[in-house]
Each structure stands twice: as C-alpha cells, then as structure tokens.
Write a protein that binds this ligand. Sequence first.
Ligand SMILES: Cc1ncc(COP(=O)(O)O)c(C=O)c1O
Length: 401
Amino acid sequence: MDVISGAWRRTAAGAGLLSPRGEVAPTIFAEMSAAAVRTGAINLGQGFPDEDGPQEVLEAARDAIARGANQYPPGRGIPDLRTAISEHQRRFYDLAVDPDSEVLVTAGATEALTATLLALIDGPEDEVVVFEPYYDSYAAAVALAGGRLRTVPLRRPDFQPDLDELAASVTDRTRIILVNDPHNPTGAVFSPEVRSEVVRLANAHDAIIATDEVYEHLSFRGPHVPIATLPGAAERTLTISSAGKTFNVTGWKIGWVHGPAALITAVLTVKQYLTYVNGSPFQPAVAVGLRMPDAYFTDAAAELLRKHELLGAALRTAGFETHTPQGGYFTVADATALGGADAAAFCRALPERAGVVAIPLTAFVAAEHRGDYAGLVRFAACKRTEVLEEAARRLASLRDA
Ligand SMILES: Cc1ncc(COP(=O)(O)O)c(C=O)c1O
C-alpha cells in the first residue's frame, strides 16, 4: 500500500529522498554516521561540534527552565530575543532591523528557509537560483514548495561562481536567489563582485534574495558581509541565520529571519502552521549569546581556523590535495591521488580503510552534475583538537598504504 501521497512521493523522489520504488533512501549522512558507529571510525562527516558552547549560554537555558519558560512563546519569538537579534545586526553589520515587525524566530535556519520558500513560491514557473554544491535541504524545500531549482556551479580552485553563468541563470522567472555565505560544503566566502552581482540581478529581475548565514561568525579572512548591507539589497532580502554554529548548540534549533515587514509577514503565515513556535527556554539563552563580548566571536573563528589548519596539514600529509576554506565548518579535499576519483566509493571504504568518516561532495550536487565533483571529499573541522590529531594519525596510514 502506498502510504505517501502521490504529490509528495513525486516531490520526495525528485529531491532524492525516496528511491524510485518509493522506499526511503537513507541519506549519505545517515549511512556514513552509521558506518562510524559500526566501525568505531572518527566521524568527520556530519557537521556538529563535539564540545559545548559558552557556559553562560547553557546556564541561561537551565535558568529559563527553572524560571518556568516552558510553555509556548509568542509566535514571532520572545521580544528579548528579537531585540537581541536586532542589536546584533546593528552591532556587527550596522543594519537597522525593527524587532517587532522585521524579525521572526524560527526552528533553526532550516525552518526559516523552508517557510520562506513555501511562502514565496507560487508554482512550477517560479525558479530558485542556488549555487551548487548546495546544502541538502535546499533542493528538498524547493521541491516541497513546488518551485524549480536552477543551479549555478561553483568551480575549483576557489569555488566562486562565474559571473556570466550567474547572470545567465537569473531571469524574470527567478523568484528567489538563495545565497549561502560562508558556504557549506565548499568553505567559500563569496567575493564582493559576486555579492554585488546578486543584488544587481535581483533588482534587474525583481527577485527576492534569501541568504543563509549560519556560519556568519566563522569567516576566517575578515568580517562577514551580509548581502543585506549592500546598496539596493535590504528592501528585497531575507537574512537567515541561527544559533547552532555560533554557540555550539546545533540541537537547540533556534534560528531567525529578518527583512522587510511584508516579507516577514509572508514567512510568518507559513511558519505559523509548520511549528508555530519552538524552544521556549532556549530563546532567552540565545539572546544572552548574541550579547556576548566581541572577543567570544573572534576567538571562536580563530579557534576553528586553527583546527582547519591542523586538519588541512593532516590531509596533505596523507596525500590529499586540499582547498583552503575561507569560512565555515568544512575543508574540501581532492582524493584522486589516493585512488578516490570516485569520492562516493572512496568515502564508503574510508571507515574500514583508515578509521575516518567523511562525505563526498556529490551528496550536495544534482545527479546530472556529479561528474564535476567526483573526486572531492568534505571533512568537518569542528571537532576537539585531540580528535583531529587522532584522525590525522589514522589518515596518515593512507599515504603508507
Ligand atoms: C548551510 C547550512 N544552512 C543551514 C543549516 C541548518 O541550520 P539549523 O540547524 O539552524 O536549521 C546548516 C547546518 O549544517 C548549514 O550548513
């Protein structure tokens, strides 16, 4: 018996969630994490930190539970968190955001993105332009919203898009240009030219810009630049971020979106019926986090950069060719010299071969473009130093094999 509706079965199959026979296709992330457990391999596949974040943030959540913040919060999020988000945007980016009408607290950045797409996509004629490789929820959420995904490739060595290819992909059918910066999985931070071109094209074709800035405080070569700060951008941009990566609380799922009041209202109409609200005691705790001193944020980026350097050196010693990340949790490495021209097969064998788990970049690419990324592997650097050092020792065995 088919228990999944035809419409959703087609949607889910299109997004790679279901096999053609209607079975749930385990994601490569689930498959690799299971392999890590089965083999005792170090899991550098999934991007979550293995250390707690700042004590004052954790304490604030415990406090909030003790003080009784355990029932539904307001639909837009508690006023103190919305104010803290507004203060944060002013403090780091000089953006003016009205906490009452221009901010919405969501169940992670994922809900903010999905609600945005569901609210703004009107049907199969509406296109969403994304850079490829892309975070895996994008294709699924566009499919769920009934829109069409249009991809612009990020190419080696620096994973910046070609400006002509970008311009050719944005048309009057483009409803949303979705930009993840700093970028998962490539570690790219987009150049000023790319950012300006996104804004120019959005204006020329009357498209909305949605950003995914979950790694905003993990930018290594200079301060993060939200697209909303560019001239002509704020009035058509929904800026999305979350607390998970910034405060090492990926399980709390507190995110937010801010932008023009009319767009936020549109997103709210969907969010209202997805989760309505979430994370009562975590909301005040994230407000505490957002008000932490500057040193917290700069130290977090410096510490992660140090880990990337450790991981990068280990990968090169093992025989990989590495790409230097400009931001975010991940280092991308080319496994071709190690017999990994097919990175998916290489990653499936890696737990047994070297006791380490990683994810092939093809997991973030539409099936028809996988060949372009076939030898590339993504490794997470957001792990304790001793874990990375042990991973380095294990990876070194690849060179000697
Ligand atoms: C680019 C990107 N966007 C969104 C998310 C998910 O964010 P959240 O947990 O806040 O929903 C992740 C998590 O890995 C990510 O890498």
